[in-house]
Design a protein around this ligand. Structure first.
Ligand SMILES: CC(C)(COP(=O)(O)OP(=O)(O)OC[C@H]1O[C@@H](n2cnc3c(N)ncnc32)[C@H](O)[C@@H]1OP(=O)(O)O)[C@@H](O)C(=O)NCCC(=O)NCCS
Length: 158
């Protein structure tokens, strides 16, 4: 299927409501508090976040996905990535993750890491597409329901 064309741009504080809607469109995701999103988007330091915008109904431009990541020293950590459920599997996640990986490289990160629920096979497949590898696990990392996480890493050192 042809990927849905989106524009990737830096997230702004005014995007938080849409970001939360998209996150809440997925039942299995651990939901963050509204304050956490505002804190992240207010942090002008090492936290980065991008949104994907496209023409939605009635030719309005709307946000259909987001990625939030944090670069510390030479490690970039993906905190959260989600695409609105109605637009999943149209290449939007791929474009968001590509933007995050490229920005991480520009800011001298040598690897990108993330945690994912062991049962989240769609996301694990998605990360594998970028050649992330499982490098470890964290016991009972998630709550509601309690579940282990895989740690996945992508080497971007060259
Ligand atoms: C994971 C997620 C971000 C992927 O975004 P997306 O826009 O749906 O993914 P894309 O269309 O860009 O897919 C890229 C590739 O990832 C893999 N992939 C994506 N969704 C998949 C699924 N449901 N099952 C299997 N593989 C999948 C495929 O290899 C796909 O390539 P293909 O379509 O050419 O086969 C999205 O499904 C999502 O928001 N999920 C819920 C939130 C979530 O679980 N986030 C991760 C938290 S750790």
């Amino acid at each position: 299927m042809k990927a849905l064309e989106v524009r990737i741009r830096k997230a702004r504080k005014s995007d938080v409501d849409r970001i939360i809607d998209i996150e809440r469109s997925w039942q299995h995701l651990s939901h963050w508090s509204i304050d956490s999103y505002y804190r992240l988007l207010n942090d002008d330091g090492l936290i980065s976040s991008f949104v994907a915008e496209t023409e939605t109904d009635k030719e309005r431009i709307g946000i259909v996905g987001f990625v939030i990541f944090h670069i510390a020293a030479d490690v970039s950590e993906i905190y959260n990535i989600a695409v609105e459920a109605a637009h999943a599997r149209s290449g939007i996640g791929y474009q968001l993750m590509t933007a995050a990986v490229e920005e991480s490289g520009r800011r001298r990160a040598r690897k990108v890491i993330l945690e994912v629920r062991k049962s989240n096979s769609p996301a694990i497949n998605f990360y594998r597409k970028f050649e992330f590898k499982i490098t470890g696990e964290r016991k009972s990392y998630y709550s509601n329901p309690i579940e282990d996480a895989y740690i996945m890493e992508l080497d971007i050192s060259d």
